[in-house]
Design a protein around this ligand. Structure first.
Ligand SMILES: *[C@@H]1O[C@H](CO)[C@@H](O)[C@H](O)[C@H]1NC(C)=O
Ligand SMILES: *[C@@H]1O[C@H](CO)[C@@H](O)[C@H](O)[C@H]1NC(C)=O
Ligand SMILES: *[C@@H]1O[C@H](CO)[C@@H](O)[C@H](O)[C@H]1NC(C)=O
Length: 692
């Protein structure tokens, strides 16, 4: 057995026609941890005030050796999604450094879709409305971190081998719109055991001496274990799974983001997939519910999903641990070598003006004599209902196919949909004719970025939004028919254009369908386009570039006030510990300390932390054993007085099992903005305490 592996392995390196090289890199991208609204739930009250888990960017660069002309980079970022404008800026900065090695064709950036991270980087107005407009601090934090991760990966390129593996994970996801799924043809559904995909797909990269260089995992699930009441930055279930796997492979003492081996849990066809596996229940009575039938009868009682834990933190941890354990199991099994060339193909597509043959999902064929078209972007009524992962603010129901005159009046004030729009989007009742609203700048994209990257026998279809389970399955079938040995869908990549349901699911008009912005045939257009891209990739032919996405970066509105100034209360200084720890703790206890602080918005302290837990090694030496990026810590900021500029932070550390006994302290770092200008660093630490 061992012999065989060694022989196969040597052959792969000596005879491979396509010698793969891989570079991996990880960098902190944490956005402003205070006063900025989170992207995802569109909850106006979800304003960040601290950090539970930091955000990271994980980059993987692929090519076929130093002289090869094919190269691409795949980046998974702990952010809600990716946006054209931000990607463009990352590419611009890469080009300043490396010339044309990286360009709009070969950079895939995929958001994990965590709903607990700062927004304001998308530019398109609908997405920025709940955030109070564009937030430059988020934008620059994400750009700096993504860029850094790619530079590290670029500098790390080394000969590698890739192995592909899969594993089943049954108790980590459910379909949150099962009635939509049931609209798909029975013959098609009969080919699948579940109404969501339960397969974790993995590729691992190994050095010539068989060391693990990096791992990318894809498992469809919304990172919405943390719900819309959470105000601490969090990479949610998939982000914590990454941290767990990186610790397991780099050594459990490695600080988050500091290990050599990089492990991503990237997004895929998660459109209708929830991690809240206890399912939707009435808020007060606990009865099973759905939003359409108004089964929750107490006043103001909402219907939402949760679980499997007692609270959102425990649920996040449970789902993350299941993802991590499945990924480790796959990693330990023999993998499949998928050799072949590295390649990439990219096109910008103006969706409203597209026509394509329609698609028969039972026969798996394009119907050439039946043509379907795209529509101008529009959002349906059910979009405003939200989902059972995060109910909406108004009294909207999912599954709405009839309109309300009052909302229509408000809609028409913004932009009235034409008769053609109404017909094109039917049966969706249009709540917002986003494609027609010009004020103050575009509300949703019309031009999207479509990419297929190829590493040997694996095709990575990078899609500009959230494909539902069945939409993703159809895309995989189409690409397999076009000759792809293995296919994975990289969700929420490059452009964000909301959801993509199947034509049949669209008829049900639940949240995902109401948010399928280019109309009922959106998926069919994509199937046709990706089939064409796959053919071009296989044949090595060029495709047209397509139209340039608009640049309106000079028109952006921002209503988020800046940090004015920070001050310490009278007779206190920044970094003073005003609530000290107890003298002694044991495992499971929570240490909680309070410091006089500045507003952490003034500097994201990437890779340098606001809070660390330190252990005394000898008289003078303290060693960092945990940071504000670790699961066991929480960093929470509170403004005392806006006028005086005073604030404080609370830092908590839940002492994990297995912590060596000894002397510890909490260290706080920050920056304050001086009233006369300038930003200055400070730090302070707590009294020491014993862990026994
Ligand atoms: C790459 O090209 C350079 C210059 O043409 C050459 O000297 C070198 O041997 C090539 N390297 C490989 C790995 O082919
Ligand atoms: C890290 O911790 C995990 C879980 O506690 C354990 O299974 C693993 O063996 C540890 N790894 C190392 C390298 O110590
Ligand atoms: C969010 O989770 C908390 C528990 O962590 C729970 O009390 C709250 O009701 C949940 N809210 C929603 C809208 O899910």
């Amino acid at each position: 057995m061992t012999m065989l592996v060694v022989v196969a392995f040597v052959c792969a390196f000596v005879t491979a026609a396509h010698p793969l090289r891989v570079g991996t890199g990880i960098a902190d991208i944490t956005g402003p941890p205070a006063e900025i609204r989170f992207m995802g739930y569109a909850n106006f009250e979800q304003i960040g005030n601290g950090i539970h888990l930091r955000q990271f960017s994980r980059a993987f660069v692929f090519d076929e050796g130093p002289n090869s002309s094919t190269r691409f980079v795949f980046v998974s970022v702990d952010a809600c999604m990716m946006a054209d404008g931000l990607r463009k800026e990352v590419i611009k900065r890469l080009q300043k450094r490396y010339g044309d090695i990286y360009n709009e064709n070969n950079v895939i950036i995929s958001g994990t879709h965590t709903h607990s991270t700062p927004g304001g980087f998308l530019m398109y107005f609908l997405f920025e409305l709940p955030i109070l407009g564009f937030v430059k601090e988020t934008y620059t934090a994400y750009i700096a971190g993504i860029l850094k991760s790619i530079i590290i990966a670029h500098n790390n390129l080394t000969p590698a081998r890739m192995e592909f593996g899969e594993g089943e994970l049954l108790n980590a996801n459910i379909n949150r719109s099962p009635s939509s799924y049931l609209r798909n043809p029975p013959e098609e559904r009969a080919r699948y055991k579940y109404d969501v995909d339960k397969t974790l797909t993995q590729v691992r990269f190994l050095s010539p001496s068989n060391d693990i260089l990096g791992v990318i995992n894809w498992f469809p699930v919304h990172p919405t274990s943390m719900n819309n009441t959470n105000k601490l930055i969090s990479s949610d279930n998939v982000g914590y799974a990454s941290i767990l796997m990186e610790k397991a492979l780099n050594g459990n003492n490695t600080l988050p983001g500091k290990g050599r081996i990089v492990c991503a849990f990237a997004s895929t066809n998660l459109g209708d997939v929830s991690p809240n596996i206890r399912g939707p229940r009435c808020e007060f009575s606990g009865k099973v519910c759905n939003q359409e039938d108004l089964l929750c009868t107490k006043p103001k009682e909402r219907c939402f999903a949760s679980g499997p834990g007692r609270d959102m933190f425990e649920s996040t941890k449970i789902i993350a641990t299941r993802l991590f354990e499945t990924a480790m199991k796959v990693l330990q099994q023999p993998g499949e070598d998928l050799t072949g060339p590295v390649g990439i193909v990219h096109q910008y597509v103006h969706m409203p003006s597209q026509s394509a043959p329609s698609y028969d999902p039972v026969e798996d064929t394009f119907i050439l004599n039946s043509t379907v078209s795209g529509c101008l972007p529009a959002m349906g009524y059910s979009f405003a209902a939200g989902t059972t992962d995060g109910p909406g603010a108004f009294d909207f129901k999912q599954g709405t196919t009839t309109a309300n005159p009052l909302w229509n009046a408000i809609r028409d004030f913004l932009a009235e949909p034409t008769a053609e729009d109404v017909q094109c989007q039917a049966p969706k009742p249009i709540l917002l004719a986003t494609g027609r609203i010009k004020f103050p700048y575009p509300w949703q994209p019309q031009i999207v970025s479509l990419t297929i990257g190829r590493i040997g026998g694996l095709y990575i279809a990078a899609v500009p939004g959230e494909f539902t389970s069945m939409s993703g399955r159809r895309l995989k079938r189409v690409l397999s028919a076009a000759g792809a040995p293995r296919v994975v869908i990289a969700g929420l990549s490059n452009t964000y254009s909301d959801y993509i349901t199947t034509y049949e699911e669209y008829q049900e008009q639940r949240y995902e369908a109401a948010s399928t912005i280019f109309g009922p045939h959106t998926l069919e257009i994509y199937l046709h386009k990706y089939a064409m891209l796959a053919e071009a990739l296989a044949a090595g032919t060029e495709v047209e570039r397509g139209p340039e996405p608009p640049d309106f970066s000079d028109q952006l509105i921002t209503l988020v006030p800046p940090v004015l100034w920070d001050a310490a209360p009278w007779k206190q200084e920044f970094g003073d510990c005003v609530k000290q720890p107890q003298q002694e703790y044991s495992y499971g206890d929570v240490v909680s300390v309070t410091f006089v602080s500045g507003n952490p918005r003034s500097s994201p302290r990437h890779g340098r932390w606001y809070a660390t837990v330190e252990k005394r090694e000898d008289e003078e030496a303290w060693v960092v054993v945990a940071t504000d990026a670790d699961w066991e810590t929480k960093f929470m900021w509170f403004r005392n007085s806006q006028i005086l500029g005073t604030s404080h932070v609370v830092i908590e550390w839940e002492i994990p099992q297995g912590t060596p006994s000894g002397t510890y302290r909490i260290h706080h770092y920050g920056n304050y903005k001086y009233i006369l200008g300038g930003i200055y660093p400070y730090h302070g630490f707590s009294d020491s305490f014993e862990v026994r």
